[in-house]
Design a protein around this ligand. Structure first.
Ligand code: NAD
Length: 420
């Protein structure tokens, strides 16, 4: 195996260790295993951006395609200070397994810009997004690579990307991104898709464990697109959401938080802190709160060797990508905690992105009820398939999910052969 040091990062080491474990379990052909350890292509760009005060700031951005063996690539775009080539490459690899597990005709990709979007004005974000899009334009397109929102990006980011790409083509090309605003060809239910998918996955897992979600105590880290929607839907289903956090810190009320009131508070105060009737907790304390279900839905490497044995939840549904390190995974496995892994739990976003892409290509749009019914069917089927593999192989859900994803990608590699 060759040196992969240019991709070195904590998350890359995690995903490589996961791949190596699964390859051994699957007795994967060594040549295919070797090919899977590298991205197909990785582009690093500088993004000179006109700032409001007149100076030019240069940001660094990335777009990585892990593999294109099942079709065009698909993956989010992240704006965060922690973005680097290693992290983006690892996330692209996770997208490959995720798409394969869900049976979608995509390879994995990811993009990112190292920046702090919360300190940038709307105009600065627009300038940066448009220039980033122009810099990676060779790599994207409706049948090539289709970005979507992720940490720090949203529908507006996708609208700017779609417009920039369309301007270079002389026509509107809605299929170049997903997660667009509805009026620009977005899909009903896309905004809620990842959070909703988590809830469907939790439903099935609870069914396998002969439990129900109603009345269960839930803690959610992150109150953005993923965590916010998951918290709202679980609260509506009768779960007791006892703890929630965002980047500034968390809140806790053992009797449950009223999510509708919390949303109103966040809209006014800008964060969950200071919500009346709740105690302040740090993000570290939040993960260790007494609860039945923990949903890490913020950033990676939150559950680690040093805190995994203090996590009290019996079920963890990974909304974020890579929130659990391999060392923590082993501790949780030994403790009998059920971890629904990121590649499965948070796949609702890419599933509805797929629906959006298909609708955009056909210029024919479905009703929200059709979207949620199809999402529920795909999430439930995938969870049940993975649960079956885990039972048969006597392994945890992450290993089982990755076995399914890696096996499918490897099979496609084998059938297509090696060019030239
Ligand atoms: P978002 O930007 O909408 O929300 C992120 C939330 O996490 C915010 O509440 C933010 O304050 C909080 N946060 C940021 N840094 C934190 C930290 N260090 N500690 C605690 N909280 C922190 O992002 P999102 O779209 O909800 O994505 C969240 C996670 O879910 C990411 O890991 C992303 O890769 C993953 N994910 C997102 C989607 C999607 O469709 N949006 C799909 C799959 C996976």
């Amino acid at each position: 195996m060759h040196d992969t040091s240019e991709f070195d990062s904590e998350l890359f080491r995690t995903v490589i260790s996961q791949l190596d474990t699964v390859a051994a379990r699957l007795s994967l052909d060594v040549n295919i295993h070797e090919r899977l350890r590298y991205p197909r292509r990785a582009l690093v760009v500088s993004i000179p951006t006109r700032m409001d005060d007149g100076h030019t700031e240069v940001f660094i951005g990335y777009r990585v395609h892990h593999n294109t063996v099942l079709g065009p690539t698909k993956g989010g775009l992240r704006y965060h200070m922690g973005v680097n080539l290693g992290e983006v490459t690892a996330l692209a690899m996770l997208m490959s397994w995720k798409c394969a597990i869900m049976g979608l005709p995509y390879g994995g990709a990811k993009g990112g810009v190292r920046c702090n979007p919360s300190t940038m004005s709307r105009a600065e974000l627009e300038h940066m997004t448009r220039r980033y899009t122009a810099e990676i334009i060779l790599l994207i397109g409706p049948d090539l690579d289709i970005p979507a929102p992720d940490l720090g990006t949203d529908e507006q980011t996708m609208a700017w990307m779609m417009d920039t790409y369309s301007m270079t083509q002389g026509k509107t090309v809605p299929g170049v991104v997903t997660g667009k605003p509805l009026i620009l060809g977005g899909s009903a239910g896309r905004r809620e898709a990842t959070g909703r998918g988590i809830v469907y996955a939790l439903y099935q897992a609870a069914r396998h464990l002969s439990q129900e979600l109603k009345g269960r105590r839930v803690v959610v880290q992150g109150f953005g697109n993923v965590g916010g929607v998951a918290a709202r839907l679980l609260w509506r289903e009768g779960a007791l959401v006892v703890g929630i956090s965002d980047v500034q810190g968390g809140i806790y009320n053992p009797n449950g938080l009223d999510i509708r009131q919390l949303e109103a508070h966040v809209a006014e105060a800008g964060g969950v802190a200071g919500f009346p009737g709740a105690d302040a907790v740090s993000n570290t304390e939040l993960l260790e709160l007494p609860c039945d279900v923990l949903i890490p839905a913020a950033v990676g490497s939150q559950i680690r060797q040093d805190n995994a044995d203090r996590v009290k939840a019996a079920i963890i549904a990974e909304g974020a990508n890579g929130p659990t390190t391999p060392e923590a995974d082993a501790i949780l496995r030994d403790r009998g905690v059920t971890v629904i892994p990121d590649v499965l739990a948070n796949a609702g976003g890419v599933v509805v992105s797929y629906f959006e892409w298909v609708q955009g290509l056909q210029y024919y749009f479905w009703r929200e009820s059709e979207i949620t019914a199809r999402l529920q069917e795909i999430m439930s089927r995938a969870l049940n398939r993975v649960w079956g593999i885990a039972t048969k192989e006597g392994t945890d859900l992450r290993t089982a999910a990755l076995m399914e994803g890696v096996r499918r990608v490897a099979e496609a590699f084998k059938l297509r052969g090696l060019y030239p």
